[in-house]
Design a protein around this ligand. Structure first.
Ligand SMILES: Nc1ncnc2c1ncn2[C@@H]1O[C@H](COP(=O)(O)OP(=O)(O)OP(=O)(O)O)[C@@H](O)[C@H]1O
Length: 659
């Protein structure tokens, strides 16, 4: 820099200030400086006033301190260090933000105006100065005193350099200035621009490093947080199969701690061919069923494995960096399946109506049973409410678990085994490719309700017994056992004790099922409940169809009280639905009740019907004959009868016929 022009610049500035002579025409004034003088004049800056800086408001200062925290923390220690190294006095260093607001000032304070954090020293306030010009030009500048717009700064020499962030955005300026009168000026000033540009460079590098570290720790934190909330176990292995990461759920599933797994080969805690496979061929595995023994229990999980490959890789075999294993509880999937197939219990103990003392005692016993996780056998005539009790017990003990109901009499014999136990892919002709879990597997952690258990085929009984004893099930055609835990509630209207004596039901299975027994009394044995139950059903039906609840006439009450109700509560419910639908007015008369209730077949009047067979009897006889002729073949019998197979099953159930 040529310091001999000092006086020439001073003169040019005075001519501009006093005679308004265009400074751009002076050969001694750089064009950027001349233009800045013109802007300063237009801003109304007074060049003869020594202190004219403004302060930010206290609130603005707080915001600024937060915004520039990282820059201040990085730059200030460096500035202090450089200043302490300078033996000569008379130096001042200034750090500003990109708008020209002071962030830090340090040095020979006696010789510079008293400025502090938050002071605005921008071009529009203090006129042309080195740091604002360097910010405008986005490059280092060196200033001789008279370049400054204000006269009182004429004796300074200043070097300013911009500071950029990692994205190339201007975030501040670094300035060093000294008084012209100081000794050794040529020598020192020649170096000062070099000092501050290298300092700014060092600040920028440190900032980049800090920012990169911050981003890394943010992304690490995000990853950790994500892995912690992800449902299921997550394990990351490197390409050699060594464990790089495992989340808490993963540890819980495997029954191990992070310390035991990290850096260890996966085979130490999880033996699986699929994992070995993907480490070799890099091919993802999705939804593979797996059984894991965590040292205490064996549980079923669904495992998916994903290869980790660089984003730009097409051929994963060459560049597998590692794999991510995801383990989720199979119960989540089963729950979904059960929700879809409506495998849940709707009734609870509150839904069981009745005030008969004997009946209430049974409800109390059932409540006790629900607290103990043991199998229950419910005996009672058809329609007495056996399933209602089963659902209530289930809901009182494990409402979250599935309630899988199986009607043993309605299930086709040839399908019962695969329905109950499931099957592996290709186990038999017509089996699905991937196989299917059975109802017992789906009942895991819930209740398996075996309705009409007396109709469970004898050949299936030992298999069911084994499942109940060993608490594990093997699918048809399968090779491995799947652990299961469920409560069996079975129901029967047949006397299983007699069936055991007649050897049509296995004794060992009977004792497994009948840990607790419930005997539901028929409706005729609790006459006090008949009218209240009838009214309960009338009310429910009227509400459903949105009409006023009709009253049960005295005559109707007499009829239903005297009737024997062979179909029990179900028959009473159906009769009340019928009566509500038939009644036009507000009263249900005896004539509104179904015929079989008002004119029951009694020993006295049965003679009238003896020569004529009822439709029901005719159907039963026809079905029996067809089954006999076809050697119990349902498909052929249905063919002979001109019925669909499912209709025939329904009728067999309805008439309680064996096949
Ligand atoms: N005490 C009761 N309170 C209210 N409703 C009842 C009661 N008992 C039975 N019901 C109703 O009667 C109908 C038949 O009950 P449920 O199906 O439980 O009988 P079940 O003994 O299992 O019959 P089945 O032996 O024919 O399978 C259901 O609609 C049930 O809600």
């Amino acid at each position: 820099m040529d310091f001999s022009i000092w006086g020439k610049v001073k003169e040019a500035k005075l001519r501009y200030l006093e005679q308004n002579e265009d400074p751009r025409k002076s050969p001694y004034v750089p064009i950027e400086v001349a233009e800045s003088w013109i802007r300063s004049k237009n801003y109304g800056v007074d060049p003869y006033k020594s202190v004219q800086a403004h302060q930010l408001s206290p609130k603005e200062k707080i915001v600024l301190a937060e915004r520039k925290e990282m820059l201040i923390q990085t730059a200030v220690p460096l500035m202090k260090k450089y200043l302490s190294l300078l033996s000569a006095s008379g130096y001042t260093m200034l750090l500003t933000d990109e708008r020209g607001v002071i962030l830090f000032i340090e040095g020979d304070k006696e010789k510079v105006p008293e400025e502090e954090f938050g002071t605005i020293v921008s071009e529009d306030v203090t006129g042309t100065n080195a740091h604002t010009l360097c910010a405008i030009l986005r490059k280092p500048v060196q200033f001789i005193g008279p370049y400054n717009y204000c006269i009182h700064l004429d004796e300074n020499i200043v070097s300013s350099t911009p500071i950029f962030d990692q994205y190339g955005d201007l975030i501040g300026t670094l300035t060093i200035y000294q008084l012209f009168a100081e000794k050794d000026i040529y020598n020192m000033q020649a170096h000062s621009l070099g000092w501050i540009t290298s300092m700014a460079y060092a600040i920028e590098n440190q900032l980049k490093l800090k920012q990169a570290n911050e981003e890394l720790s943010l992304s690490n934190g995000t990853l950790e947080a994500t892995l912690a909330v992800v449902e299921g176990g997550l394990i990351t292995l490197d390409k050699r199969g060594m464990t790089a990461h495992i989340n808490n759920e993963g540890c819980r599933i495997l029954g191990i701690t992070q310390e035991e797994t990290l850096g260890e080969h996966f085979t130490k805690y999880l033996q699986n061919d699929k994992i070995t496979g993907i480490l070799k061929d890099g091919k993802a595995v999705s939804n593979h069923e797996i059984i894991i023994d965590n040292g205490e229990t064996e549980k079923q999980y669904v495992m998916s494995i994903y290869p980790i490959v660089p984003q730009d890789t097409c051929n994963i075999n060459d560049k597998l960096n590692g794999i991510v294993i995801h383990l989720s509880r199979i119960e989540n999937i089963k729950k979904l399946v059960n929700d879809w197939r409506g495998a849940s219990a709707t009734y609870s103990f509150e839904d069981i109506q009745g005030k008969d003392p004997l009946f209430l005692k049974i409800v109390g016993i059932a409540r006790q049973y629900s607290k103990l996780y043991a199998n229950v056998l419910i005996h009672g005539e058809s329609g007495t409410g056996k399933e209602l009790f089963a659902q209530a017990i289930h809901n009182a003990s494990c409402p979250e678990g599935p309630f899988i109901s199986i009607n043993c009499s309605a299930m086709p014999r040839n399908l019962i085994e695969s329905e109950l136990f499931g099957y592996e892919g290709g186990a038999f002709t017509g089996a699905e490719r991937k196989g299917r879990p059975g109802l017992i597997e789906l009942a895991n952690e819930g209740t398996l309700f075996l309705d009409e258990i007396g109709d469970m085929p004898l050949e299936i009984q030992p298999v069911l017994l084994r499942v109940l004893e060993e608490k594990k099930v093997m699918r048809v055609g399968g090779k491995k056992y799947i652990p299961v835990s469920f409560r069996v509630i079975s129901a029967s209207n047949k006397n299983l004790n007699i069936m055991v004596q007649e050897k049509t039901f296995r004794e060992d299975l009977y004792y497994r099922l009948a840990v607790f027994k419930l005997q539901i009394p028929p409706l005729r044995k609790r006459p006090d409940d008949i009218i209240s139950l009838a009214q309960f059903f009338i009310k429910g039906t009227s509400q459903k169809v949105g009409r006023k609840m009709p009253v049960l006439s005295k005559a109707a009450q007499k009829v239903i009280k005297e009737y024997a109700w062979p179909g029990n509560v179900r028959q009473l419910e159906n009769s009340m639905v019928y009566a509500v639908s038939l009644t036009q007015g507000d009263v249900i008369g005896a004539e509104d009740l179904p015929d079989d209730i008002t004119n029951p077949i009694t020993p006295e009047n049965s003679r009238l019907f003896s020569s004529v067979m009822s439709l029901r009897e005719m159907e039963i006889t026809a079905i029996k004959n067809a089954l006999e002729q076809t050697n119990q073949n349902i498909a052929n019998a249905a063919n002979i009868l001109g019925l669909g197979k499912s209709t025939l099953y329904k009728k067999l159930k309805e008439y309680h016929l064996e096949y």
